[in-house]
Design a protein around this ligand. Structure first.
Ligand code: FUL
Length: 519
């Protein structure tokens, strides 16, 4: 087959950055040649790579979970769907703006509100069921519309927002329904779940995450264990395959058409559960695969989210529950956000529809701690050199300076074939250091398999730090406490150094580091 030059030129322009098109008086042929020749010397991606919406999601890093609903008023963790709607009776109209203000004080960038839990009670005026706020005898309940007020508040506070809508629905007669031949019907997907997701989509096209829990029924001792149950009790129904029962692939496509940036958590397949509810990810954590460690060879981008509770009671508010200490929450932050996962921290609102004062205070304390410990970036005061810098292209360089410019689209890189390299930071004056933070340019795939961190008092002799930690993967973000402990408070301690060296020992291809910070 023969292409004319004009056609080839057109094809190249279709993939060319705008700057190239705008630039020059070169002949068409020269321009085409330079484009084909990769003039920016951009590294080739290492597959799999994240989708645009997965990248945006990753940037949210630390956000709140708000479990609120029927269970707040029954004291249960899992309702069974038979609750009288009037049991949902807030003492005042719930105030999601207060919830999000509390989250923001802790340094969180967004939040996800439960708007329907497994009991099926809907916290918005839905047309899909009578089991909603509209059927409560409480006036405050009937004035409640969590998705509307949550979305409005988030936009005002410049925070990201999304909703948890439980696929498992014990209140719906269609959930787990079978026809006369024993096959599952699509009534639940068509009449309840799809329409509910579409109703929720209307509360804002800028939603960042929809939370589709993986619980697939059974009795109340089902997926995660529970307080009662057994075959024959109210809740006993099961589905065999959530993907087909909810018609997940179709739902995902339809919702993406309405909400281009939303990622579908869990059953939606775009972000994975980290494998525990205790607020930690693996030290080795790949954005492919499953659970705490992921899988270096996984073929699908499937980054981890860690869901954890800030309180001692449960996911829903409980009388007399305590809030975890700021120190413990800081540890969680290091063990999730600092290990290539995101942290969604649960702050349950109480019967007044407000996050309790004690939680609010603790979040302010945590926010201060994060700002004090991880706020002032000492890398910006250092002279940085590297064992190698990738040859610059026409419009792009790969300088070490790119790691401290605060931009996500510039990065330091080595040449193709170089998978071992070191970066050295040198300070003019002895400087106290405690943490080092690295971010890979994951847009082109996660690469680093192994690295080490050393410090030096004299700039000549180096000592390896954090030797008890698996300094393996980096991913979107990795934070290494130099003393090797995510638990021990660093107040008043640290290493007084003149230099620090980070050595990448092994990488799937040339390493690309977009951020290097030292605290
Ligand atoms: C679980 C649910 O069963 C819990 O009730 C809670 O919502 C938690 C975040 O996810 O799977």
């Amino acid at each position: 087959m023969k292409f004319s030059r004009a056609i080839l030129f057109g094809m190249c322009l279709a993939v060319a950055p705008v700057a190239v098109v705008a630039q020059t008086n070169k002949s068409e042929f020269e321009l085409m040649q330079s484009i084909v020749a990769n003039p920016d010397n951009t590294p080739r991606p290492v597959f799999p790579v994240p989708s645009r919406r997965q990248l945006l999601w990753n940037e949210t890093e630390f956000y709140a979970f708000f479990h609120y609903g029927m269970d707040t008023y029954t004291g249960k963790e899992w309702g069974d769907g038979t609750e009288d709607e009037s049991t949902f009776a807030p003492t005042r109209v719930p105030d999601p703006a207060q919830w999000l203000r509390v989250a923001k004080q802790a340094g969180m960038k967004g939040g996800i509100a439960v708007v329907k839990h497994h009991d099926g009670f809907c916290l918005w005026p839905t047309a899909t069921t009578t089991h909603s706020i509209l059927s409560s005898s409480s006036e405050n309940a009937r004035k409640t519309n969590i998705p509307r007020d949550f979305a409005r508040a988030a936009r005002k506070l410049n925070m990201k927002y999304g909703f948890y809508v439980s696929p498992w629905d014990l209140s719906s007669k269609y959930w787990g329904e079978k026809d006369a031949d024993g096959n599952y019907t699509d009534n639940y997907a068509k009449k309840v779940f799809f329409p509910q997701c579409v109703e929720l989509a209307k509360y804002g096209a800028d939603q960042f995450e929809m939370w589709f829990d993986g619980a697939t029924g059974g009795d109340h001792a089902g997926y995660y264990g529970g307080e009662y149950g057994g075959k024959g009790t109210t809740g006993y129904r099961k589905i065999d395959n959530a993907q087909t029962f909810y018609d997940m692939p179709n739902l995902r496509d339809s919702i993406h058409a309405l909400l281009p940036n939303v990622i579908m958590w869990g059953l939606g397949g775009e972000v994975r559960w980290i494998g525990n509810e205790a607020g930690y990810s693996g030290e080795t954590c790949w954005s492919m695969g499953n659970a705490e460690n992921g899988d270096e060879n996984g073929w699908l981008w499937h980054p981890g989210e860690s869901d954890a509770k800030a309180t001692t009671g449960g996911w829903f508010w409980k009388k007399n529950e305590k809030v975890l200490s700021a120190e413990r929450l800081f540890q969680m932050y290091l063990e999730t956000v600092g290990r290539n996962a995101t942290l969604i921290l649960n702050l349950p609102p109480d019967v007044n529809g407000l996050v309790p004062e004690a939680t609010a205070k603790r979040m302010a304390e945590l926010g201060n701690m994060l700002r004090t410990r991880l706020g002032v970036d000492l890398a910006r005061k250092a002279v940085i050199t590297a064992s190698e810098e990738r040859v610059a292209g026409q419009h792009r360089n790969y300088s070490v300076r790119n790691m401290t410019d605060g931009k996500r689209d510039t990065y330091w890189a080595t040449n193709d074939g170089t998978t071992k390299a070191s970066i050295t930071l040198t300070w003019a004056k002895p400087t106290i250091v405690r943490y080092v933070q690295l971010m890979e340019h994951i847009k082109l795939g996660q690469r680093v398999r192994s690295f080490t961190v050393e410090t030096s008092e004299d700039g000549v002799n180096f000592t390896q730090r954090a030797t008890n930690i698996a300094t393996t993967t980096i991913g979107y973000k990795r934070i290494i406490p130099l003393n090797g402990s995510t638990q021990k408070s660093y107040d008043g301690e640290g290493y007084k150094v003149r230099a620090m060296r980070i050595t990448i020992n092994d990488s799937k291809a040339c390493p690309l580091i977009e951020n290097l910070s030292v605290y």
